[in-house]
Design a protein around this ligand. Structure first.
Ligand code: DX5
Ligand code: ZN
Length: 224
């Protein structure tokens, strides 16, 4: 696993050509496919489900698929995503009635598990279940839409999460999602993130490789 992971959010891809878009972005140097699942209930938007994940696998996508569930309830859909080829499954603790049980379920299904924290959701939940988590995902926008602006106060939370993870001594990725761009990715890395979701900043540009290359150059210049 590279030190820094770039995970383009396919929410901003051209859905009419999704397989080609994913091939292009992985060919351009991306590491993970970030897969945003919205249910028009937990968040006010509706996107894609396990059938699309499975279709990407059948298309030949071998990169890790990072499934970000913005759905309520959570547990019903977890086995479907595991069967569809998800690598990571992350969910918002507010959307699950039994957070510990959901984390266990994700791992039992053979996937890596993660908790997602909205900008104003405290990290307290994490302390109790850190042994059941492979990924911490911090939202730097309110979930539901691509193309929103990065919420700056989340940088303090990135630093706080980094401290909790390092103190645990566990192998847990710290991912940031929302408003990540070439011009702020370095600051976010310096705060402690190692995995970067970017939707509009990548799919909104003509040359994915050039954009990802500029992001990597910023990351290489980050001091920690
Ligand atoms: C928002 C999603 C994000 C979103 C990021 O709810 O979780 O993954 O697609 O899009 P950008 O990078 O455009 O903010
Ligand atoms: Zn996301």
């Amino acid at each position: 696993m590279p030190e820094y992971v770039i995970a383009p959010s396919i929410l901003s891809a051209n859905f009419a050509r999704l397989g080609e878009e994913v091939d292009a972005v992985i060919g351009a140097g991306a590491d993970f496919v970030h897969f945003d699942v919205m249910d028009n209930h937990y968040v006010p938007n509706l996107t894609i489900g396990p059938l699309v994940c499975e279709a990407l696998r059948r298309h030949g996508v071998t990169a890790p698929i990072d499934v970000h569930l913005m759905v309520r309830p959570v547990d019903r859909i977890v086995p479907d995503f595991a069967a569809a080829g998800a690598s990571y499954i992350t969910f918002h603790p507010e959307a699950s009635d039994h957070v510990d049980r959901t984390l266990q379920l994700i791992r039992e299904q053979g996937c890596k598990s993660g908790l997602v924290f909205n900008p104003a959701t405290p990290l307290t939940w994490l302390r109790h279940v850190i042994d059941k988590v492979d990924m911490v995902l911090l939202m730097s926008v309110n979930p539901g839409f691509g193309g929103q602006g990065f919420i700056d106060y989340v940088l303090d939370k990135v630093a706080e999460a980094r401290e909790i993870i390092d103190a645990s001594g566990r192998d847990i990725r710290l991912e940031i999602d929302g408003g990540v761009k070439i011009d702020n990715i370095r600051r976010i890395a310096e705060a402690g993130a190692d995995t970067f979701v970017a939707g509009s900043a990548i799919f909104g540009t003509a040359d994915y490789a050039a954009t990802i290359g500029r992001m990597r150059a910023e990351l290489a210049a980050a001091s920690r």
